[in-house]
Design a protein around this ligand. Structure first.
Ligand code: ATP
Length: 381
């Protein structure tokens, strides 16, 4: 099927600096695939290699089964839309879109037909004769999209295309872009550092960190079943508690958090030793202080932030860690009584607790470092 991308052991070095560190990704045809990650993680470099603007140091890029590493960009049947629209300001909208066809030998009629169709797709037909510099940012980005789509590429690469737009327009265009992709059925590879954008638009997300892919999965799996501490932390608000895993306990993992032993059913339930236990704020149930028992921890409210439909309540638990919990604003007295200083009980259901093995390098323990230094300074015995 058309528009299938395989990246195999793809690597890009700039001198000694490894920007993309041997990534393997499969992007199925017709999917909205997002590369998500913090600034500098290698998203754009990956996209530019697929586009043909950057040559891989090693690895393969297969487009519908053929290695395109040596194929020039305009022969790849992929097209790119950038954050900066790069329209010709003095040309009208139709001429800007027709520019995309300049390498294609088409009759005048065919050219006009293709331009008309592309403008209709992005809902800009009525602006065909308007000069590009007389358009709003959102309209300019639509024209840039039409200019890419007029070529009918199998794959459309989009590098932060909504980055320059204000929040409301950005939201509207997110919905439009997703609908357009679904209608056209072509593969979209979308780069963003905005996690909410990635969650709402994508069929699949690859979360990148330091030139590597931490996890590639559906938005739901990335949010609800993160594989790593980095992914858990990067997407949405997560509570990550330091804990000691004591191994499997009937389909779950027994974890010690402070002086409590909890059962965690998700993630690395076979783990032993130092781990992180994650729970999303909307899965914590805040209960009256008197509720004690299994899967519960006492705590004290430090802050309650009013969010309209809910309160985000910050609670300090025994052992000193701060957890965030979402409490629905259901009109009841309990939510409004959660003022600083209020004592509560937190219910952490076992099916919402996820064990994550810490993969990032730990900060050196200062005591251990100074002890090692003192030992090294001892004269040999
Ligand atoms: P952003 O969201 O800020 O655009 P990104 O994830 O897209 O970030 P890249 O643009 O792919 O990141 O850059 C990855 C790393 O490679 C960065 O540290 C960047 O400084 C470096 N880099 C990118 N292009 C070059 C280049 N031409 N020469 C040297 N280093 C580069």
């Amino acid at each position: 099927m058309d528009g299938e991308i395989h990246l195999e052991e793809l690597c890009k070095k700039f001198d000694d600096f490894v920007a993309v560190d041997g990534i393997d990704l499969y992007m199925p045809p017709g999917e909205f695939f997002t590369l998500l990650g913090p600034s500098g993680c290698g998203k754009t470099t990956t996209l530019r290699m697929v586009a043909g603007f950057e040559r891989p140091t090693s690895g393969r890029i297969l487009l519908d089964g053929s290695d395109v590493a040596r194929v020039p960009p305009h022969q790849r049947n992929v097209n790119t839309v950038f954050q900066s629209y790069a329209l010709f300001p003095h040309l009208d909208v139709a001429k800007n879109v027709a520019f995309g066809l300049k390498y294609h030998k088409l009759s005048k009629d065919e050219r006009a037909k293709r331009v008309g169709e592309a403008l209709e797709l992005v809902d800009m037909t009525e602006f065909a004769r308007r000069k590009a510099d007389q358009l709003s940012g959102g309209q300019q980005q639509r024209v840039a999209l039409a200019r890419a789509l007029v070529l009918r590429p199998r794959v459309l690469l989009l590098d932060e295309p909504l980055g320059a737009l204000d929040a409301q327009l950005r939201k509207n265009l997110q919905v439009e872009l997703k609908a357009l992709q679904a209608e056209l059925g072509i593969t979209f590879v979308f780069v963003t550092h905005d996690q909410a954008e990635a969650l709402t638009m994508s069929d699949r997300i690859a979360v990148m960190n330091g030139g590597r892919v931490e996890q590639a999965a559906s938005p739901k799996a990335i949010y609800e079943e993160p594989d790593t501490v980095f992914v858990a932390d990067f997407l949405g608000v997560s509570n990550l508690l330091g804990a000691k895993a004591m191994g499997p306990d009937g389909g779950a993992c027994a974890v010690q958090v402070g002086d409590r032993t909890l059962r965690a059913q998700q993630g690395a339930t076979e783990a032993r030793g130092e781990v992180k236990v994650m729970i999303r704020p909307e899965r914590i149930v805040v209960e009256p202080h008197a509720n004690e028992g299994e899967q519960r921890m006492p705590g004290m409210v430090e802050r309650s932030v009013y969010l309209g439909g809910a309160y985000e309540v910050h609670i300090r638990v025994l052992g000193g860690e701060l957890l965030k919990a979402m409490v629905p604003n259901d009109g009841g007295a309990f939510a409004t009584a959660l003022e600083p200083g209020a004592a509560v009980s937190l219910h952490l259901p076992s099916d919402a607790l996820r064990v994550l093995i810490q993969t990032e390098p730990e900060e050196p323990d200062e005591d251990a470092v100074s002890m090692a230094a003192a030992e090294a300074a001892q004269p040999p015995r």
